[in-house]
Design a protein around this ligand. Structure first.
Ligand code: FDA
Length: 305
């Protein structure tokens, strides 16, 4: 589609636009975002998680928010992560926590962010739960891995995400052997200096790192909606006798729900990433950028208003 590239860039631009992100917090969920964001409160999100659990899906909750630059906001977001872990425990839902560290002070200072992360990961440990650090844009990648390394000295219930579009991904996989990782293609616009630009190269490196992490015996979360990648992973794990307990598939809330349920039927652990909260705009715009066909969400949302 000729318009695909300009639309991607436009949605990427919107996802990072601070004024729009700020304004959208006041709007409530708009443009059909409620199809991919599970409400604005932790209570509504937990309700959705329980419905998904009943269908055999496990979940990870993400309180939306990123690029915070005041200590106050970062501390508030830290409290919200703790509150979310408490709510998961109280509800008995099968669900862990995903978070973005720019929401928790990563742009303020590494020490401050690490302190906030310690509190969150300790709370998860107290509840026998797990924290997944989402990977953000390349400018935060090394900082994220450094904080993960510091946390892993104290905790074993924390892991992160590696993005196949980055040239560094293969080395990172080797360095993080033994650690639970979510592997993704990568969602941000990165330069040709640090990332593959060609989709075929990204896909090839994605399969490459998935196979390497699985073969090293490490727990691997394969987070994709790409049925061809999923089919290849099923084949590879069968041929190499990699037990189903060593990996899981992950997809986003509201995307390819039939495929999610098919995987459950086949006995694969399948985790749904369930975002919620008022700070939904950047997340929603990134999903549009990934797949401009998702504009139909927005159109349906507008029409049904
Ligand atoms: P991609 O978009 O490349 O699509 C491949 C093919 O799959 C398409 O051509 C189509 O055939 C099919 N397909 C895809 N979506 C479809 C749909 N909705 N309906 C029908 N067919 C579809 N990124 C990041 O940078 N940091 C992170 O921490 C995370 N975390 C994360 C968690 C989870 C659970 C997921 C699923 C994804 C992420 N991502 C992420 C996003 C990720 O990097 C990537 O941008 C998106 O998943 C899109 O790439 P896919 O691998 O899904 O397939």
């Amino acid at each position: 589609m000729v318009l695909e590239q300009p639309m991607k860039l436009f949605f990427m631009y919107l996802s990072k636009n601070k004024a729009m992100n700020k304004a959208a917090k006041q709007w409530g969920l708009k443009f059909g975002a409620s199809q991919v964001v599970a409400g604005q409160s932790v209570e509504s999100a937990i309700e959705k998680v329980k419905e998904l659990n009943e269908k055999g899906l496990v979940c990870t909750l993400d309180h939306l928010g990123e690029f915070v630059d005041s200590r106050e906001e970062a501390l508030e977001a830290t409290e919200y992560c703790i509150k979310t872990l408490e709510a998961i425990a109280a509800s008995g839902a099968n669900c862990n926590l995903s978070l973005k560290m720019t929401q928790l002070g990563l742009d303020i200072s590494d020490e401050f962010c690490l302190e906030n992360m310690r509190r969150i990961v300790q709370t998860a440990k107290d509840y026998n739960n797990f924290v997944r650090i989402d990977m953000e844009d390349h400018s935060h990648c090394q900082q994220t891995l450094d904080i993960l390394a510091a946390l892993r000295k104290e905790f074993d219930n924390v892991g992160t995400v590696i993005q196949a579009y980055l040239f560094r991904a293969e080395q990172d996989i080797a360095d993080l052997k033994g650690i639970s990782l979510r592997l993704v293609k990568g969602a941000y616009k990165e330069s040709a200096e640090v990332a593959y630009q060609d989709k075929n190269q990204v896909d090839a490196n994605y399969l490459n790192i998935i196979k390497k992490h699985l073969q090293s015996g490490s727990y691997t979360a394969i987070a994709t909606h790409d049925h061809q990648i999923i089919a290849e992973v099923k084949k590879f794990t069968k041929e190499n006798n990699i037990p189903q307990s060593q990996f899981e598939f992950q997809m986003l809330y509201g995307f390819r729900t039939n495929l999610q349920l098919e995987l459950v039927k086949e006995g694969y652990t399948t985790r749904v990433y369930v975002p919620f909260g008022q700070d939904w705009f950047g997340y929603f715009m990134r999903r549009m950028a990934e797949r401009p066909q998702n504009v139909s969400f927005a159109l349906r949302g507008l029409i049904s208003k």
